[in-house]
Design a binder for this molecule. Structure first.
Ligand code: E4P
Length: 228
């Protein structure tokens, strides 16, 4: 499963990209409204840093205008993917954008039935939301599983993108049920790093190593020799 970062913050992308784990990014109107500065510049910088698919969402409710907005955001950067909200207008805009050669990430998908429609309209990515389903007491992972199976049956080549992740367990479960991608918020990516046994293990290694100073002399000599 590939990992995208779900953010409108260039600083967050800069930090996490250094881990070497990012294959892309997703933004949405709410995330961009929270971020500082020009939205277009942020999307361009994020796409440049991740060097992979970077979703930028259209905001009109009119299908024709959605297509115009999609074409416009595509001009921001070669890696920009047009994010289109699910619904009749979104499906219509997706089919037109696809016909014009623009890849679409269909967002706000909450059921396998919606995913089938999104795939048939030509979406390249189908964003299946987890956290917002859990919030209303619906099993988001069972729904994601249904979406994965339905989209695989459709053979349109669409990829399932798990979105609205709220915790590391969402990422684990998304991988286990076969999502192609998870888009993960900065906070959850940081939570995924942590385990108390990793922290205590590193502390113990450092303490034991420091107790025998000749070991560090040996390591420094080894590094120096490897540079010659
Ligand atoms: C990403 O593509 C979605 O817009 C995002 O994951 C939604 O997350 P939220 O439900 O936490 O707002």
């Amino acid at each position: 499963m590939k990992l995208f970062i779900d953010t409108g913050s260039v600083a967050e992308v800069e930090e996490i990209a250094q881990w070497g784990i990012l294959a892309g990014a997703t933004t949405n109107p709410s995330l961009l409204a929270k971020a500082e500065g020009d939205a277009g510049e942020a999307i361009k910088k994020i796409a440049e840093i991740v060097q992979g698919p970077t979703s930028a969402e259209v905001v009109s409710e009119d299908p024709g205008r959605m297509v115009e907005e999609g074409i416009a955001v595509r001009e921001l950067h070669e890696h920009v993917i047009v994010k289109v909200p699910f619904g009749p207008a979104g499906l219509q805009a997706t089919a037109k954008l696809r016909e014009l050669g623009h890849p679409v990430n269909m967002t706000l998908v909450f059921s396998a039935a919606q995913a089938i429609l999104a795939a048939e309209a030509g979406a390249t990515y189908i964003s299946s939301f987890l956290g917002r389903l859990d919030d209303i007491g619906i099993d988001s992972i069972a729904t994601l599983h249904d979406v994965v199976e339905a989209v695989a049956e459709n053979s349109t080549g669409a990829q399932v993108l798990a979105a609205s992740l709220r915790n590391p367990l969402h990422a684990i479960k998304a991988a286990q049920v076969g999502a192609d991608i998870s888009t993960v918020p900065y906070k959850v990516l940081k939570q995924m790093l942590n385990h108390p046994l990793t922290t205590s293990g590193n502390d113990q290694f450092a303490k034991d190593w420091a107790s025998k100073p000749e070991l560090q002399v040996w390591m420094d000599g080894l590094v120096d020799a490897s540079k010659k």
